[in-house]
Design a protein around this ligand. Structure first.
Ligand SMILES: *Cc1c(COP(=O)(O)O)cnc(C)c1O
Length: 359
């Protein structure tokens, strides 16, 4: 029986055949010329994804590792930071920052809405070292307006630190033009690769802060990481085969054209939203103006797991809800390697599931 699987995941995401093939490679020394060339290509690619001229650090860790490393290198005990929270990943940023004796101001927003810039700015003072913001809130499927934050903060001494783990490569982010001071992402979301590597870029103002703080750890020491990336190396053994994967995935992204990739994400997510609304299901974001191009969160009170499990019978894999939203929401990923055909198939299956319920 032919029964092809369809994956519309929220991370780790579907791996294109080309990316999987790129990993079928013999062991590779991470000090070899071959490796260095690959790391160099990946660096140049991620710079284009972040739209920056700044150095890109490569850490052998997941997105949360990049988050923690950033906090460790850029802040010291007592520093005041603001964490806007409009979903579970804002909470994660808060939790990670909480391990470092920072003076953290939580600014909460209703889940399903975007973070309001003016509200956050009303908490910013001369003492505020940074705003720690999620670009794409993967739990609720809401995109926060990074550009507005960059505008609002650019003439202050407050850094804008952005988690674009589920954004970069699927949603436009312009580090340099939008005055983002630090941005990080990870290999396993819109970058269509297995987990294992995260990428962090810092601008000059952020590097000044790193110098002041003087983090002394051996691993995830940004100054040391930068010395190594200047030589196309990493401090310790990187996830070489994930690096091969990202290298191939970036080639695919630039062959399609980055702006075309963004358009495909927007179009597919819009199709998902239109389809689920037609089925009488409810979108979790309160306003489609800020609905995510990479993740559509659907509200289905007490029935979310039912839909996810029913779709499995069609050999369709989507994302469950993120705790504490796991009973009442499920998530359809249009992140990375997803085509319009995938969307159509998922919607057709959902339609059958919903109409069987009515019987
Ligand atoms: C997935 C995700 C993370 C965490 O990344 P891990 O790689 O699982 O550590 C952080 N932030 C956002 C917005 C995410 O979507």
């Amino acid at each position: 029986m032919v029964n092809k699987k369809i994956q519309m995941l929220v991370g780790p995401t579907q791996l294109p055949q080309r990316v999987r093939n790129a990993m079928l490679h013999e062991a590779m020394s991470h000090r070899s010329e071959e490796y260095k060339e690959i790391q160099h290509n990946v660096t140049e690619g991620i710079k284009k994804i972040f739209k920056t001229e700044n150095d890109v650090l490569m850490l052998t860790t997941s997105g949360t590792g990049a988050m923690e490393a950033t906090i460790q290198n850029v802040f010291k005990a007592g520093d005041e930071v603001i964490v806007p929270i409009n979903g579970v990943f804002g909470e994660l940023f808060y939790d990670v920052a909480s391990g470092y004796d920072l003076d953290i101001i939580r600014v909460e927003f209703e889940y399903g809405t975007e973070v309001d810039v003016d509200e956050v700015m009303s908490h910013v003072t001369d003492n505020t070292k940074a705003v720690l913001l999620i670009h794409n809130e993967s739990s609720t499927g809401v995109v926060n307006n990074i550009q507005k934050f960059g505008e609002a903060l650019k003439d202050s001494d407050t850094l804008l630190v952005v988690d674009s783990v589920s954004g970069a490569g699927g949603i436009n982010i312009e580090m340099d033009n939008w005055h983002v001071d630090i941005v990080f992402t990870a290999s396993q979301k819109a970058l269509m690769s297995p987990p294992g590597i995260s990428f962090v870029a810092l601008n000059d103002r952020a590097w000044e802060r790193v110098d002041e703080v003087g983090n002394n750890t051996y691993l995830f020491n940004f100054k040391k990481d930068r010395d190594y990336v200047h030589r196309n190396l990493t401090v310790h053994t990187p996830a070489t085969h994930t690096m091969l994967a990202v290298n191939e995935a970036l080639k695919m992204i630039f062959e399609e054209g980055l702006e075309n990739v963004f358009e495909r994400h927007k179009k597919n997510a819009k199709l998902v939203r239109k389809g689920v609304k037609e089925l009488g299901l409810q979108l979790y974001p309160k306003n489609e103006a800020y609905a995510s191009p990479t993740i559509t969160t659907i509200y289905a009170k007490s029935k979310a797991k039912y839909y996810v499990n029913e779709l499995k019978k069609y050999n369709i894999e989507i994302g469950g809800g993120k705790n504490p939203l796991s009973e009442d929401t499920f998530r359809v990923g249009t992140m990375g390697y997803v085509s319009e055909n995938d969307v159509i198939a998922v919607l057709a299956a959902l339609k059958e599931i919903v109409s069987n319920e009515d019987k």
